[in-house]
Ligand binder design. Sequence first.
Ligand code: C5P
Length: 234
Amino acid sequence: AAGGALSGKRVLITAGGTREPLDPVRFLGNKSSGKQGVALAEAALAAGADVTVIHAHMDVAAPAGAKLQSVETALELRAATLSAAGTFDVVIMAAAVADFRPASISSGKIKKRDDTADPVINLVRNPDILVEVVAHRAAQNLKQLIVGFAAETGDDQDDALSYAEAKLQRKGCDLLVVNEVGPGDSGTERVFGQDSNQVQILALDGATPVQASGSKRTVADTVVRVIAARLSAS
Ligand code: C5P
């Protein structure tokens, strides 16, 4: 789209859920479908951006028209993201990154044996890639807009939002797109794997939060609109 709101802009999006191997055939994963990341890529492409998607596991097809790089683990996602980040105007971290990974990866398949105790999986923390992207921007003196996502649970919406506000401050990204996850009133999952989403877009500079709800594409279009407005104002 020549003349689109993000025409000439380079946008990096991380998407999908990382998988942290336990042994050659097993991993710890998460429920991320990649749908929101793909929708963001499509929205950014429609706005005329040059889009790169670094994606971990996704249940959906990667977006046509974007440059793609596939990774598996949080550490791979981190390496790919940090080595690419320098040339992008916008970085959107929509990937669901595992907070922990197994402390060691068994070189052979972990076997069940009646004569030994049940195995225990020790976990170690993964780095927070979003925090590192923010630090990288500062270290390289880049003019870059950085957007995080947060899936929050809380006793109620206010509760979830105050967690999100604290997270925004802690991570230091410009925008944090927040959705409440977990069972809704009907008891079914509201976000993961679903086609629709309800979010608030919080801004580090204290701008009034922007709400969006509807399909993940509708949410993505709103996120892109907020990003484009900030780029043109700066
Ligand atoms: O802390 P939390 O996982 O809720 O933060 C979510 C945001 O941080 C997302 O944008 C996600 O992509 C990013 N993240 C990250 N590295 C991690 C954990 C989360 O970049 N290890």
